[in-house]
Design a protein around this ligand. Structure first.
Ligand SMILES: C[S@@+](CC[C@H](N)C(=O)[O-])C[C@H]1O[C@@H](n2cnc3c(N)ncnc32)[C@H](O)[C@@H]1O
Length: 294
């Protein structure tokens, strides 16, 4: 049993996974969607969230959300981010990588919605109760994974490498790693340990993709916007963030000998024919997607 605090899908940082699923549900029903997630609405509808969350754009016409623009801004941001990382996995698997790890997988359904090569093994790491909720809903939906999907219930501040090994991770196979919507919620020592462990477990040819939010400019989300975003999801986000000094992931990975590059969210959105708006639009140059290979 982990000594770290536990949360479920409707408490603590678990709620943020539900918020991201709501954003993906909104995007899924939009014309010209950048991502289509057939299970996102089901997650939102199955959870007893602390505040109501939309699972379809028509929900935003109801009295509860009249005049709200934040949800569609979030949907656009999450769509751009999801698509960027979908494309990362498409390239990695096209180049022969047959093992993937979703760190803090939350309600990510890539195992079910992307094309994976035969024999591909995909690990989803997150807290036990988050994964339990996810598996219950996916079971009800009779969802079939399109790869060898393995849930790894462990805290990423704990010895997650051992849990990954126990689940069948193979250190001799090149791996594609993803940390999406994770780093701001990790303390600095856990983040340092995360990169060191990834490096240690990565065979040559491995790749990684990371969403980076500059913790120094987390103040970029002014207090009112932060409170508003929290109210949207029913959680006080400022209590979840670790905005102490952290080294930039591109520098960390370069320091470990990986070849890394950074794309801002704003550049990425425009490449996909979208424009970030609201808080995300004002700060889209400071939200980055780092990709690296070993
Ligand atoms: C914003 S959600 C992102 C989920 C998913 N990556 C996505 O983009 O849909 C954050 C996730 O991080 C997980 N998380 C945060 N800290 C964690 C930790 N220390 N150990 C395991 N999971 C953690 C939460 O449980 C939650 O599922």
């Amino acid at each position: 049993m982990s000594s770290f605090n536990q949360w479920d899908i409707v408490s603590g940082v678990g709620v943020t996974a539900l918020g991201v699923a709501a954003a993906r549900a909104l995007e899924t029903h939009r014309s010209g969607a950048l991502v289509t997630d057939p299970y996102a609405s089901a997650f939102v509808e199955a959870a007893d969230a602390p505040v109501p969350l939309p699972s379809h754009p028509r929900d935003l016409d109801s009295q509860a959300w009249k005049g709200d623009t934040v949800w569609m801004s979030m949907a656009t941001y999450v769509a751009v981010r999801s698509r960027f990382f979908d494309d990362f996995f498409a390239r990695a698997t096209a180049d022969g990588i047959g093992q993937a790890v979703l760190l803090a997988a939350g309600l990510d359904t890539r195992a079910f919605r992307l094309d994976w090569p035969a024999g591909c093994r995909l690990f989803e790491v997150d807290q036990p109760r988050v994964l339990e909720f996810k598996d219950t809903v996916l079971g009800e939906q009779q969802a079939q994974a399109r790869c060898d999907r393995r849930a790894v219930a462990v805290d990423l501040r704990d010895d997650w490498a051992a849990a990954l090994h126990d689940a069948g991770f193979d250190t001799t196979r090149p791996t594609a790693w993803l940390a999406e919507g994770l780093l701001p919620y990790l303390p600095a020592d856990a983040e340092n340990n995360l990169f060191a462990t990834i490096h240690r477990l990565s065979a040559p040819g491995s790749r990684i993709a990371v969403e980076h939010v500059d913790t120094q400019s987390l103040g970029m989300f002014d207090e009112e916007e932060m409170t508003q975003a929290g109210q949207q999801m029913g959680v006080d986000i400022s209590t979840l963030l670790h905005n102490e000094d952290k080294e930039h992931p591109e520098r960390v990975l370069t320091g470990l000998g990986w070849t890394a590059r950074s794309d801002t969210a704003q550049q990425t959105a425009r490449r996909y024919g979208r424009e970030l708006d609201g808080t995300m639009g004002r700060n889209g140059g400071k939200l980055e997607y780092i990709t690296a290979s070993r």
